[in-house]
Design a protein around this ligand. Structure first.
Ligand code: KIV
Ligand code: ZN
Length: 501
């Protein structure tokens, strides 16, 4: 079996896409999940793009063990210096240098000739290699580039010291057969290709990112770049969980496998969607809510007789627990801890105590606490901002014949403040009252509420996108009361924006 390296770029290509930005604490939480997944490579960010990104890359480099941690850099000395400054503390650092190679990018974006691009790529890789033992080179928009030029470019950067060459389908334009042929061509025509990793990086504009990545593996690629839940620019990147489970389920066909701990996939997916407030569609392969649900009678009958009739993967292999023992207000600590473990969560004693307390409170309000409730509770805990505003109490009043009003009381440290406001509805009134307390001009750029599970007593999860001064953050709140969930989400967003400032 060939080992296929999984290169995760959730924290770089994923994080840079709209609505997916994360603060430092959230990035560290995602990085910890990637470490637990045992991905081979983590692209932690683009160090030169902002001071926050730099700090995040540096912190992840210092924290993660067992896999490569790197930063993206344009093909300039300034970018490479900044990337190296951020990643040099990693156990296994790398620098990822990219430069476009397609005619349209070279002419209109870079305003460089192919010869200039080749020279810049070589000098940049050589510059990075003096600093770092592992250097990846990406020919941006490779799939719309001239194949002969690509082969020359990759041969030259390998001679200059690149240890990984990456073939990005930047605009999601290619098809599986074309990708197979391109990789086969590069294998036959790039000098020194046998001595380096051959990587692919596919975007999903035509819905073929995963298929294109797998075709590349079939043709001999040794590394796949992907993101958790497939987040990324425009239609996203190839989804990590789909690549991993395709290679796991069809390993004989591909003659290849990954080192990913598949039982951590569910938790990684839940952690990320909880943080960015973007839940994968129910029919999303592998981790969608319906990925293992059998509705049709014929299917249910088949699965009851033998699950292999309609299931090609086992939910347990993804970390979705098979154990359906019901948890509720009579459940003890052991049962709760046991369920947490089967969901892939291992908490410190202190976090476990706090989580158990929250579970008990929830069990008082709900008859049955589901796995989704528990996963939501745990990711909700990770978004708290220590020294920010806390909700002391709120009262809202609304109806068809009275204007909506809200009174909200918040505390911060020793100080408590209360204010009252009108609004178009109870949630708007509460948000207005909070704005008056925190003296904030926050723009509500998005608001959604969904129930985590089904039933009248379901937990509601509110997500707000809150902006100020060109920055947007995601705030989340969880409660069986949707107004409380909304207020929590708003306060969480306010705290995040204030922490950034
Ligand atoms: O899509 C792309 O081309 C990229 C490169 C920087 C690898 O993200
Ligand atoms: Zn990309």
């Amino acid at each position: 079996m060939r080992h296929i390296r999984i290169f995760d770029t959730t924290l770089r290509d994923g994080e840079q896409s709209p609505g997916c930005s994360m603060n430092l604490q959230e990035k560290l939480e995602v990085a910890a999940r990637l470490e637990a997944l045992k991905v081979d490579v983590i692209e932690a960010g683009f160090a030169i793009s902002s001071p926050d990104d730099f700090e995040a890359v540096k912190a992840i480099a210092g924290m993660v063990r067992g896999c490569y941690v790197g930063s993206l850099a344009r093909a300039t000395e300034k970018d490479i210096d900044r990337a190296w400054e951020a990643v040099q503390g990693a156990e296994k650092p790398f620098i990822h240098v990219f430069l476009a190679s397609s005619p349209i990018h070279m002419e209109y974006k870079l305003k460089m000739t192919p010869e200039q691009v080749l020279d810049r790529a070589v000098s940049s890789v050589a510059y990075a290699r003096v600093r770092c033992a592992d250097v990846e080179f990406s020919a941006e928009d490779a799939t719309r580039s001239d194949w002969d030029f690509l082969a020359k470019l990759y041969s030259a950067v390998i001679a200059a010291g690149a240890t990984v060459i990456n073939v990005p389908d930047t605009v999601g334009y290619t098809t599986p057969q074309e990708m197979f042929d391109l990789i086969a061509y590069l294998k036959a025509n790039v000098a020194g290709i046998g001595g380096v990793e051959l990587s692919v990086h596919c975007h999903n504009d035509l819905g073929m990112a995963v298929a294109n990545s797998l075709a590349a593996v079939k043709a001999g690629a040794t590394q796949v770049e992907c993101t958790v839940n497939g987040i990324g620019e425009r239609a996203g990147n190839a989804a990590l969980e789909e690549i991993v489970m395709a290679l796991h389920t069809k390993r004989e066909y591909y003659g290849a496998e990954t080192g990913v701990e598949t039982r951590q996939l569910y938790r990684a997916s839940k952690t990320l969607s909880g943080i960015i407030g973007v839940t994968p569609t129910p029919n999303k392969p592998v981790i969608g809510a319906n990925a293992f649900a059998h509705e049709a009678g014929i299917h249910q009958h088949g699965v009851l007789a033998n699950r292999l009739t309609y299931e090609i993967m086992r939910p347990e292999d993804i970390g979705i627990p098979a154990n359906k023992m019901v948890l509720g207000k009579h459940s003890g600590r052991h049962a709760f801890e046991d369920r947490l473990q089967s969901l892939g969560f291992s908490l410190s004693a202190e976090d476990l105590n706090a989580a158990f307390e929250q579970f008990k409170k929830l069990a008082d309000r709900k008859k049955v606490v589901s796995d989704d409730d528990i996963a939501a509770l745990i990711s909700d805990r990770s978004v708290e901002i220590g020294d920010g505003y806390q909700i002391v109490r709120f009262i809202v009043n609304s109806g068809s014949t009275v204007p909506a009003t809200a009174a909200v009381r918040l505390s911060r440290g020793e100080e408590e403040r209360e204010d009252v406001s009108l609004g178009d509805g109870p949630i708007n009134a509460a948000f207005n009252a909070i704005n008056r307390i925190v003296d904030g001009a926050f723009a509500l750029e998005g608001f959604s509420i969904r129930s985590v599970t089904e039933g009248e007593d379901a937990l509601g999860e509110a997500v707000v996108k809150l902006g100020r001064g060109g920055e947007t953050v995601t705030g989340r709140g969880l409660s069986t009361d949707i107004i409380e969930a909304s207020i929590k989400a708003y306060v969480n967003g306010v705290n995040k924006l204030m922490a950034r400032k």
